[in-house]
Write a protein that binds this ligand. Structure first.
Ligand SMILES: Cc1cc2nc3c(=O)[nH]c(=O)nc-3n(C[C@H](O)[C@H](O)[C@H](O)COP(=O)(O)OP(=O)(O)OC[C@H]3O[C@@H](n4cnc5c(N)ncnc54)[C@H](O)[C@@H]3O)c2cc1C
Length: 488
């Protein structure tokens, strides 16, 4: 009689960023809802989870070092928030500050109302805007007349915007707004991967402006029908990590900190009845066995692990570049910021040749972010177009942030405190051809049994994309266990 194997199937989740946490939690949910018990181990190299989500609550301030907003248009997060019982902790942005600015010749000018990342939904505000010259405005108005591109292959974000809306829209608004999400260079970012909505609008409507108008009509109808509750962006009352902290609480017994995975080996099944398919090597000669792997660590960290198993996929993962950036949080006395634009913040186009790429009034954006009488602000530096900034030391970076912020908003006062957080190689760059590369990686890795790849470097850098990716990786692995349940 064959030996009775009683061990639980085990899934190793690599990486404790939002993608890995969600994957581990989803496995818990699936285990609870079905009759297949499963053991999950989450291996995180650092001594904290959350990755690019990091909140510090200190002295009445809620300081966001990384991500600070969740886009509500993509439903996966709101569904997760509901399942976690966190709905009453969600906060919307403050209506009365809901506008943004762009730096132009050393001053802040309003982004025209109805401007959606790279193009206007309504034309009136563009005509009255001081952001564009008369020729620039004519070029925008002419967009619906520009013929649709016949070729289907990918192009850069810059090429797309220049072709449809002209150089001024590219330099003065699309580069800092759309490129800014990726802290990337629009000249190398893929249009298909970073602004797919607009590429699709050109394909379907022959015009981005026509597409945006149609989308605005159907959004209005959908919002009215569903009685939508949330603003476009939301966060949580105690900061963005209320999400990751809650996930952590649900899976805390699975998490192993300071567990950097340095290699993965495939073991020969059947040689030993208790041997699992995968062995993960950690530092210090330690190892962990698992029946399945969900890999959510950055592409450059996943590539060497996969090289012995799939040279092609590893090479493609290695080719995904990452941008580095820094965030400086600073607090001012409210009285010292009396004249600043009452807004969410501003972006700074590269043509302005400043040291900072954006500034955000955190405590205008969300209530409860600073004690009464104080304003919390954050400033972004670095990215692909300003790589040299990351060579500065901490004091130099903070000084650049304080001085450029002060110059642009017209404030001489010094902040009461500053806090710098560097984000080295934190933002994947979706360069031209990215989607094809990702399809190839996924196709190639299909040959690896019980292995799933997910994370910001594949099909979306935003928190909702990562939630969706983590959940579907967990579901894929779980359904494999369901199919093979006789084995356990
Ligand atoms: C400054 C900044 C601001 C942002 N703002 C927003 C925002 O407002 N809204 C939004 O939606 N998105 C925002 N993003 C993007 C979003 O936060 C990230 O894309 C997302 O959090 C990435 O999650 P992830 O789990 O895929 O990867 P990560 O967060 O990078 O997590 C990967 C984890 O893997 C661990 N790891 C690495 N190597 C190993 C190894 N060998 N073994 C074990 N563990 C390892 C790392 O320590 C890390 O914890 C922002 C990103 C940054 C950097």
């Amino acid at each position: 009689m064959p030996a009775q194997v009683t061990k639980l199937p085990r899934v190793a989740v690599l990486g404790g960023g939002i993608t890995g946490l969600v994957a581990a939690y989803r496995l818990r949910e699936l285990t609870a809802a079905n009759e297949i018990p499963l053991e999950t181990i989450l291996l995180e190299s650092s001594d904290r989870v959350g990755g690019a989500l990091e909140t510090i609550c200190d002295n009445g301030y809620v300081i966001e070092n990384g991500a600070d907003a969740i886009l509500t248009e993509k439903p996966a997060v709101l569904r997760l928030v509901k399942r976690l019982g966190l709905e009453d902790k969600l906060i919307t942005t403050q209506e009365r500050f809901r506008r943004s600015y762009v730096a132009r010749r050393g001053r802040l000018v309003p982004i025209p109302d109805g401007f959606s990342l790279i193009a206007p939904t309504v034309l009136g505000p563009v005509i009255h805007s001081e952001l564009f010259s008369p020729l620039g405005k004519l070029r925008i108005l002419a967009e619906p007349l520009i013929p649709r591109r016949r070729r289907r292959e990918d192009e850069s974000l810059a090429a797309f915007v220049r072709r449809r809306l002209g150089q001024q829209v590219l330099e003065r608004i699309a580069q800092p707004l759309a490129g800014g999400i990726y802290t990337g260079d629009p000249g190398t970012l893929s249009a298909a991967a970073t602004i797919p909505r607009f590429v699709e609008m050109e394909r379907v409507y022959g015009s981005v402006i026509r597409g945006l108008k149609a989308a605005a009509r159907s959004n209005r109808a959908a919002r009215q029908a569903s009685g939508a509750r949330w603003s476009l962006f939301v966060s949580f009352s105690s900061g963005i990590t209320q999400l990751t902290d809650t996930l952590l609480k649900r899976i805390s017994d699975s998490v192993r900190y300071r567990s950097q995975v340095t290699g993965i080996e495939r073991q020969v099944p059947g040689e030993h009845p208790r041997r699992r398919l995968w062995r993960l090597r950690l530092e210090d000669e330690l190892s962990v066995e698992a029946d399945a792997i969900i890999c959510t660590i950055p592409a450059y960290a996943a590539a060497p692990l996969l090289r012995p198993h799939d040279e092609h996929a590893a090479g493609l993962l290695d080719s995904i570049e990452y941008a580095s950036s820094a965030v400086v949080n600073m607090a001012f006395r409210e009285a010292d910021l009396a004249g600043v634009p009452q807004s969410f913040g501003f972006v700074v186009p590269a043509i302005e040749r400043r040291s900072i790429i954006a500034g955000s009034f955190s405590s205008f954006k969300y209530a409860g972010r600073a004690p009464s009488g104080m304003v919390l602000v954050r400033v972004f530096l670095g990215g692909e177009l300003q790589k040299h900034m990351m060579l500065l030391d901490d004091d130099e970076l903070i000084t650049a942030a304080v001085e450029d912020f002060g110059a642009l908003v017209g404030v001489r006062a010094r902040p009461v405190f500053t806090r710098l957080r560097r984000w080295p190689r934190a933002m994947p760059q979706y360069s031209v051809g990215h989607l094809q590369r990702v399809t190839e990686i996924e196709r190639s890795l299909e040959r690896l049994p019980c292995f799933a790849l997910a994370g910001a470097f594949l099909r979306g850098v935003g928190i909702p994309d990562c939630v969706q990716a983590g959940e579907s990786a967990a579901e894929t692995v779980f359904s494999q266990f369901q199919r093979n349940r006789a084995q356990y």
